[in-house]
Design a protein around this ligand. Structure first.
Ligand code: GRF
Length: 209
């Protein structure tokens, strides 16, 4: 039986992907509910978006913990209390510990603003732009301990025009992100993602409710 998922979104900043997920769930159905927004940054605008949408918003100060493991153990406790089935990283700029990734193995999604494995890291859009790539895009993948490296769920490519500005490219990339992240989350919540090594099969892709 398909169980409705309890989703936690982790965000450190603006939270436009969080907003896209919230909006999608109002107009469609993810087969899940965003019940928690978590941040390592007390000023993250994402926390404000959560409150405006009556979603529990939690900030934990990393500097109050002496190790990353200690910090993540506190987060794990919170996620267990909230009975979280899926962690969605949406601009969470804090590396997850080994313990966290093991605890939520195959239950953490991440979005990266480039076509992985190209242009990993915190500046995927700018790096592709400055490199002179003709094509870039967006990747949604399962998160693993190594940064930007887990099995890929969805990718969408985008040509970089000759006269493109960085700002123009950023806008196009974010538009793609806001379109494909909700889809990937929905596939997860509908139990449609089957991982086989590096490959992710999407079952009955066109039969989403
Ligand atoms: C997005 O570009 C995402 O791909 C990257 O961080 C950015 C977060 O943006 N991981 P926002 O906070 O969702 O607006």
């Amino acid at each position: 039986m398909l169980i409705r998922k309890r989703i936690a979104v982790f965000a450190s900043g603006f939270g436009s992907n969080l907003q896209a997920l919230i909006d999608y769930n109002k107009n469609n159905d993810l087969n899940g509910d965003i019940v928690l927004v978590f941040s390592n940054n007390k000023d993250a605008y994402a926390l404000k978006r959560a409150k405006e949408n009556k979603i529990k918003a939690v900030f934990m100060d990393p500097s109050a913990c002496s190790t990353r493991k200690q910090y993540d153990m506190k987060i794990i406790k919170l996620l267990e209390e909230e009975k979280i089935n899926l962690v969605v990283l949406a601009g969470y700029m804090f590396i997850l510990s080994h313990e966290f990734v093991c605890k939520f193995k195959n239950k953490i999604l991440n979005i990266h603003p480039a076509l992985l494995p190209s242009f990993k890291g915190a500046h995927g859009i700018k790096d592709a732009f400055e490199y002179g790539a003709r094509v870039t895009g967006v990747t949604v993948h399962f998160a693993e301990e190594d940064l930007d490296s887990g099995p890929i769920i969805l990718q969408e490519a985008l040509s970089i025009d000759q006269d493109e500005s960085l700002e123009g490219l950023e806008e196009k990339i974010h538009r793609i992100e806001h379109k494909i992240y909700p889809l990937a989350v929905k596939y997860f919540c509908e139990d449609k993602l089957k991982i086989n090594g590096r490959k992710v099969k999407i079952l009955n892709k066109n039969n989403s409710k």
